[in-house]
Design a protein around this ligand. Structure first.
Ligand code: ADP
Length: 261
C-alpha cells in the first residue's frame, strides 16, 4: 500500500518533550543501493545538528526526505509530533510548512525579482497578504544585507548574494526547522565566510532548529550542539563538536577528519 493512502495518523502520543525531528527505522533505497538502512535519530527543538561524513554516506538524502523531495521506503519521520511519513498529502503539506531548506545551488526562481522570490511562498502557501509578505521580505533582506536588491533578478547577483536571498526566502516562511545542504559548496572561496557568518548570526539570534550538511568543519564546530558522523547510511558516532573533533572514538571518524581538516 502506498504511504499516501494511509489514514491520517494525527499527533503522535509518544513525542518526548522538546523533540522536533524524529527518524525511526528509516530505510531509503535507490534501486538495489540501500542508502539509509533502518536509521534512527532525533533532533531536539532549537538545537543545531551537523551531519558530517564521506561523500555518498546518505547525508543529503536525509535532508531531501525531510523536505519531502524523496519518500522513504520504510520507517517513520515525525516533525514536531506530526507525521511527515507515512501521511497523506494534505497532512504532509501542513508539516512541510514548518521546514525551510537552503540548497547548494541556491535554486532561486530565475524569472522573478529578489523580492518576489521571497514573497511568493508566504503569499501562496501561508496566505499572507501581499503587503505583509513584502514587509516581511524587506526586513529579511535588510538582515541579510541586501535591502537595495529588491528589484534585481538572481542572475544579476553574485553567488554569495544569491545564497543570502535563498536564506531570506527560507526564513520568510518562519519555519521551525532550517535545513542547510552544503550551502557554501558552490560559492567562490572569498564569498564563503560572509554566508557562514550570516548563518552563525541566525543560529545565535533565533530559536530555529538547524540540521546542516557541511564540509566546513570550523563552521560545524562553531554552530553545532551535536555532530553526527555518518558512514554508509549509519550514524557511527555522535556527540558535542569538541568531543567529535578533538577525541573521535571511531577509526572512520578519525580518518575522515584527518582527510578534511
Ligand atoms: P552525501 O550527502 O552523504 O554525499 P547522498 O545522500 O547525496 O550522500 O547520496 C547517498 C547515495 O545515494 C549515493 O550513493 C548517491 O549516489 C545515491 N543517490 C542519491 N540520490 C540519488 C538519486 N536520486 N538516484 C539514485 N541514487 C541516488
Amino acid at each position: 500500500m502506498s504511504t499516501d493512502t494511509l489514514p491520517n495518523p494525527g499527533k503522535s502520543p509518544e513525542k518526548p518533550a522538546g523533540e522536533l525531528i524524529r527518524l525511526e527505522q528509516v530505510t531509503k533505497r535507490f534501486g538495489d543501493n540501500t542508502v539509509l538502512d533502518h536509521l534512527d535519530f532525533s533532533v531536539a527543538a532549537g538545537k543545531h545538528v551537523t551531519l558530517i561524513g564521506p561523500s555518498g554516506s546518505g547525508k543529503t538524502t536525509i535532508l531531501r526526505l525531510l523536505m519531502t523531495l524523496l519518500k522513504p521506503d520504510e520507517g517513520t519521520i515525525t516533525v514536531d509530533g506530526q507525521q511527515l511519513f507515512p501521511a497523506n498529502e494534505k497532512q504532509r503539506r501542513e508539516v512541510r510548512k514548518q521546514i525551510g531548506m537552503v540548497f547548494q545551488q541556491f535554486n532561486l526562481f530565475p524569472n522573478m525579482t529578489v523580492l518576489r522570490n521571497i514573497t511568493e511562498a508566504p503569499v501562496t502557501v501561508l496566505g499572507l497578504s501581499k503587503d505583509e509578505a513584502v514587509e516581511r521580505a524587506k526586513e529579511l533582506l535588510d538582515m541579510v544585507g541586501l535591502a537595495d536588491k529588491c528589484d534585481a533578478h538572481p542572475a544579476q547577483l553574485s553567488g554569495g548574494q544569491q545564497q543570502r536571498v535563498a536564506i531570506a526566502r527560507a526564513l520568510a516562511m518562519r519555519p521551525k526547522v532550517l535545513l542547510l545542504d552544503e550551502v557554501t559548496s558552490a560559492l567562490d572561496p572569498e564569498l564563503v565566510a560572509g554566508v557562514l557568518d550570516l548563518l552563525r548570526d541566525i543560529a545565535r539570534s533565533t530559536d530555529i532548529t538547524m540540521l546542516c550538511v557541511t564540509h566546513e568543519m570550523n563552521f560545524a564546530r562553531d554552530i553545532s550542539d551535536q555532530v553526527l558522523m555518518f558512514d554508509s547510511g549509519r550514524v557511527i558516532e555522535a556527540g558535542a563538536p569538541e568531543k567529535i573533533f578533538s577525541e573521535p572514538e571511531h577509526d572512520r571518524t578519525r580518518e575522515f577528519l584527518s582527510a578534511v581538516l
